[in-house]
Design a binder for this molecule. Structure first.
Ligand SMILES: Cc1cc2nc3c(=O)[nH]c(=O)nc-3n(C[C@H](O)[C@H](O)[C@H](O)COP(=O)(O)OP(=O)(O)OC[C@H]3O[C@@H](n4cnc5c(N)ncnc54)[C@H](O)[C@@H]3O)c2cc1C
Length: 375
């Protein structure tokens, strides 16, 4: 029987497993990850407002693994050998016939003084920390920003920072203490969030203006200090900094001998194959894919890549030619706590629908629907 190893237990990995079984693939499936829980990061934006609790966003996967006949190994990959046929982990070596790499990206923490900022992409604990610090502040300046990968501009995650910004504004207003705080949004681009489309950028900047959020745009970041943000275009005081750095590939790729993109991610084709490495596939944030310049690094896109990968592996195992290309698609609801701005992008359309309560509730309903599959 064929033996498939999936690296990671996040969005891309779990959707791959689910789709493999839906395709009636009878192979042995092994998931290797340091985590036996799914961490649902999209909802960490609601931690400061108390709309979610951290422990509720960690979904135990034992039942999911059981029902999908998955052998789980709690370990971290540290490298690959034999062109990917052997996975080297901190717990031992594992052979495979197909390898799906869904081990996520890594955030570039090179900016001097970055230890002075809270990095929300580091996970649930950081969202909880932000909630505590915001609660304990009597007033002051909070700065929100995101960076990119200078060698791969698409390796950026801006959406959640707009959400943390708008949600903080709404929350402080609800608490009757917005007048004690200055909120500043900073970004090296004059048009932050460009991949969402021109209309969306316009709407997001308009929303900041409406909410009296100051902006510091178009200046490269130089460093953070404990009480300020320094850019090439000047500096400004900040009592608290939230910052989402650009993405690159996992550190263990240094010991994997895989083709890498300029930004350090695993090179893939439109079928999620790693060129020149038979039976090695990549989905989600760990990969660099062909496609439009707005191709997002999103859970939704990771899921679409996972669907294509699982269907292609199923085809190969049946002796057929893999012919599933992943669909490039961006769906984003920028939540503001009481409303949501919907942004959609595909090869044919770029839609932006302004703030509506419906989209806030849609985001909550989607979380519920998505997590039901893993609970
Ligand atoms: C605050 C926040 C809000 C977000 N909101 C949204 C949103 O609203 N909508 C959306 O679509 N996307 C959102 N995203 C982005 C989304 O979370 C990511 O794009 C998505 O998690 C990528 O999925 P992935 O499977 O590639 O990687 P991940 O979900 O990061 O999973 C990687 C997995 O690999 C495991 N792993 C790590 N190191 C190793 C190792 N050495 N060996 C083996 N396994 C390893 C990890 O434990 C994890 O299980 C948000 C992200 C953040 C941070």
């Amino acid at each position: 029987m064929a033996n498939i190893i999936v690296l990671g237990s996040g969005f891309g990995a779990l959707t791959t497993v689910r789709e493999l079984r839906r395709q009636n693939v009878e192979a042995d499936i092994t998931v290797i990850s340091p985590r036996d829980h799914l961490h649902y990061l999209p909802s960490t934006i609601w931690l400061p407002a108390g709309l979610r609790r951290g422990d509720k966003l960690k979904i135990p996967l034992a039942d999911f693994f059981d029902s999908h006949r998955v052998h789980f190994i709690k370990a971290s990959v540290v490298g690959l050998e034999d062109g990917g046929r052997t996975v080297v982990t901190d717990q031992g070596h594992y052979r495979n016939d197909h390898l799906v790499i869904a081990a996520g990206g890594r955030f570039i923490k090179k900016l001097p003084g970055i230890e002075n900022a809270l990095i929300p992409c580091d996970g649930i604990a950081v969202g909880e920390d932000y909630a505590r610090r915001l609660e304990s502040m009597d007033g002051g300046t909070i700065a929100f920003g995101f960076g990119s990968n200078p060698n791969e501009q698409s390796a950026v995650r801006g959406g959640p920072m707009f959400e943390f910004l708008f949600i903080t504004d709404t929350l402080l207003r609800k608490q009757g203490r917005r007048d004690k705080f200055k909120l500043v949004f900073f970004n090296p681009s004059q048009k932050p969030g460009q991949r969402l489309g021109d209309k969306a950028v316009e709407k997001l900047l308009e929303e900041m203006k409406k909410r009296s959020i100051e902006t510091h745009l178009g200046h490269k970041m130089v460093r953070f200090e404990s009480d300020k943000v320094v850019t090439e275009g000047g500096e400004f005081a900040a009592d608290l900094i939230l910052f989402m750095p650009g993405l690159t590939g996992p550190a263990w790729l240094a010991a994997a001998d895989l083709p890498l993109s300029p930004g350090g991610m695993i090179q893939a084709d439109e079928k999620c194959r790693v060129p020149g490495r038979d039976g090695v596939w990549v989905v989600g944030d760990a990969g660099s894919y062909p496609g439009p310049d707005w191709l997002p690094k999103q859970a939704h896109q990771a899921d679409l890549q996972a669907l294509a990968t699982a269907r292609n592996i199923a085809a190969v195992l049946r002796g057929k030619t893999p012919d599933h290309n992943f669909k490039p698609e961006l769906i984003c609801i920028v939540d503001t706590l009481d409303k949501g701005i919907l942004i959609y992008r595909s090869a044919k359309r770029n839609i932006m629908l302004p703030g509506s309560r419906l989209f806030h509730w849609m985001k909550r309903a989607f979380e519920n629907h998505y997590l039901r599959a893993f609970r």
